[in-house]
Every structure is written in structure tokens, then in C-alpha cells.
Design a protein around this ligand. Sequence first.
Ligand SMILES: C[S@@+](CC[C@H](N)C(=O)[O-])C[C@H]1O[C@@H](n2cnc3c(N)ncnc32)[C@H](O)[C@@H]1O
Length: 248
Amino acid sequence: MAGKDRPVMEEEAEYRRQLDLFTRSSTEKQIELVKLGEVLAGITNRDAFLDIGAGGGYLTIPLSQSFEKTVIVEPNGKQVDFLRRRCPEFTVHHDTWGNIDLGGTFFDFILCSHVLYYIDSDAWLPALEKMYGRLAPGGRIAVVLQSPIGEVAAFFNQFTRYDVDILGLWRDLYMRYGDDVVGVRYFLNEIWTESLEDMADIGLFLLIDRRFRACRDEIRRYIEANQRVPGGFRMMQDEILLSLRKPG
Ligand SMILES: C[S@@+](CC[C@H](N)C(=O)[O-])C[C@H]1O[C@@H](n2cnc3c(N)ncnc32)[C@H](O)[C@@H]1O
């Protein structure tokens, strides 16, 4: 594993359960697909698609329909086994982005959605440069991350420090590639659950680090006080999509 990549989640099955719950309870994948569709509209050649950190494949599978060939880089063994069974036509590499060597392969579209949290922020620009190096002429990269403002960010700040410096990444990309290459879009994901326990699970999923499991009661109290709506619990997540295009 590359020095900059954090160790892959130890409890892969529990992580997958939380990811599935989060995906079922949120509008995220739908709204994200709409925004990714806007990026895709600018790509004329649709040969190869690379998804970095595909997770359960909720974005990969629908997006793959627009491409001849789909390649995945995913370090979570459970997700890799699932994706290999579910989509035998995909090429699935069991590896981290920092470690993988894709040789001379080029892609028309590279997606990196909600993955950079697992990589130290000083390795983000090199990770993006590595993606740009794999991009075919006329191709595009889409990087999606949670915004530093909004309800999910406020929840984060209650329990830890929300230090995902997406604005810093945006600035670095502008300085590295220029404003005719870098684009930005903003959108809102609504997370809704009927039960407090489900929202607490989602809170733990969002906090990533499993040491927060010890704070479950505190998390429940926060959700009860701040996220209750008629009929359930709701948390709005502000998200940012950074895109890069390669002239060609
Ligand atoms: C929150 S999930 C996002 C899944 C999917 N991209 C989505 O947006 O629905 C993060 C994924 O990134 C993967 N991941 C973590 N560290 C990674 C790394 N260094 N390189 C590639 N993928 C990584 C995890 O295993 C997990 O599947």
C-alpha cells in the first residue's frame, strides 16, 4: 500500500452494511447521477470508464452503460468480491489508487466519488495528477466530496474537526491546470430515515472512524435535538463536484 493511503477499513462487512443503509436513505446517488450526467454530456468519445473507490457500484453500474469498457480500482475486498460477481464484464482491480499501476491505459471518464477522505490531503494533488495522466484527450475527471458547509458538516464539527479541505484542492487544481480545465458544481443530498437508530448508524458511517462508536448515545441526542422532522429524521448534505477536462 502506498505510504499516503490510509489503511483500508478493517471491518469491511459492517462498513458495507452502513454504506448500504446510507445509500437507501439518501437521494445522493440520484442527484449525483444527474450532476455527473452534465459532465458526461461534454464527452464525445465513450470508450473507457474508470471508477476509483466504486464501493457498492451504485454509480458505476448505471454510468457503465455509457461506455464500452468499465474498470474499477477498489481496496475493500468485500466490495471487490461483490462487484466481480455482480458485473463480471468489468475489470476490477483489488488495490488502492496510490498503489495501482494501470500501465498505458487511458480513460474517457474517471470518477472519484467520496473517496478522498480516505487519503491524506497532502496526497490529493498527486492523486489528481495521476488521474489526469490516465485521461484520454477530450476526457473528463469528476471528483465528488462533501462541502465544508451545511448540516452534515455541522454534525461533523460537533464530534470532530471537519478538515476536508475541498476549497484548498479547488485552488490547487486552478493553479496547476487553469480555469479552462477546472469546473465546479454544487448540489444538495437529503438523508432521511424513519428511525433514530438508522440515522445514528448513518452518523457513524459519515464520521468514518470507528472510535466514534463509543459516542453513539451522544450522537443519538444530537440527532434528536437537531435533525427531527415530522415522521422521521433528516440531514441535508451539501456536496461539491470538481471536474477537470483534457483538451482534445
Ligand atoms: C464512501 S465509499 C464511496 C463509494 C462510491 N464511490 C460512491 O460514491 O457511492 C468510499 C470507497 O472508497 C474506497 N477507498 C478507500 N480508500 C481508497 C483508496 N486509497 N483508493 C481507492 N479507493 C479507496 C473504499 O473502499 C470505498 O469503497
